[in-house]
Design a binder for this molecule. Sequence first.
Ligand code: KIV
Length: 267
Amino acid sequence: MRDSARFFEMKRRGEKIAMLTAYDAPTARAQAAAGIDVILIGDSVGTNMLGYASEREVTLADIAHHTRAVRRGAPDAFIASDLPWATYATPAEAVASARELVAAGADMVKFEGALPEIVRAIRAAGIAVCCHLGLEPQNHEEKRLKGKTAADARKLVADARALDEAGQDMLVLELVPEEVADAVTRAVKAPTIGIGAGRRTDGQVLVIVDVLGFTDAAFKHNKRYADVGAAMRAASAAYVADVHSGAFPAETNTFKMPKDEAAAFLG
Ligand code: KIV
């Protein structure tokens, strides 16, 4: 069932929600087979996969393209897609952008910032909406912890409450102290999903390239479950060496004509 109501029920029962980003069909297929609760096509696709310098370069067409790929790989998964920077400046623009991502296969859209009017507009269009507070990569150039002072923490809780009153279906909290994420989680009805927000949110999200270890980056908030970057480098180097030395392709990788056809052809 691809209904965001399920996540409110999970929060009520104290069941943790597992979210991961994915940007392509095979990764989505693997996550669906693993029982992922939500797949996020985050605008982190820009810096992680598309070679952009910033999340702000990601376009709606980029997210729609990757959403379609993820949907093909995981036809039954619950999918959330990011509204990229500058695609939700007004309620009307937000609804039009959200509709495009739903048409591409999203069940829910996510945007950054304390914008209750955007939540109301997207919900009124019948589309589920996930908000995103704390570190907002589209809006904060410096990637550091938010909500460290009592005043900032109180503002975060107030913003989260306003988004909740507007009808948010989920709330991502990025890089905030555990105490703040805990206070927000208790203050709102919507399930909270933390990344670098400690242990007391209703669920967790990580960026798949960090989980798989594509790069050597060692983020405190991350847990690396594989070393895919090293495996990619080793496999590529072995292939290049094999081609240069003639070791690949081998007899076993080679196709032959039927003997009689080869004789007729080669004379
Ligand atoms: O774009 C993204 O991957 C995200 C996660 C960090 C939550 O927004």
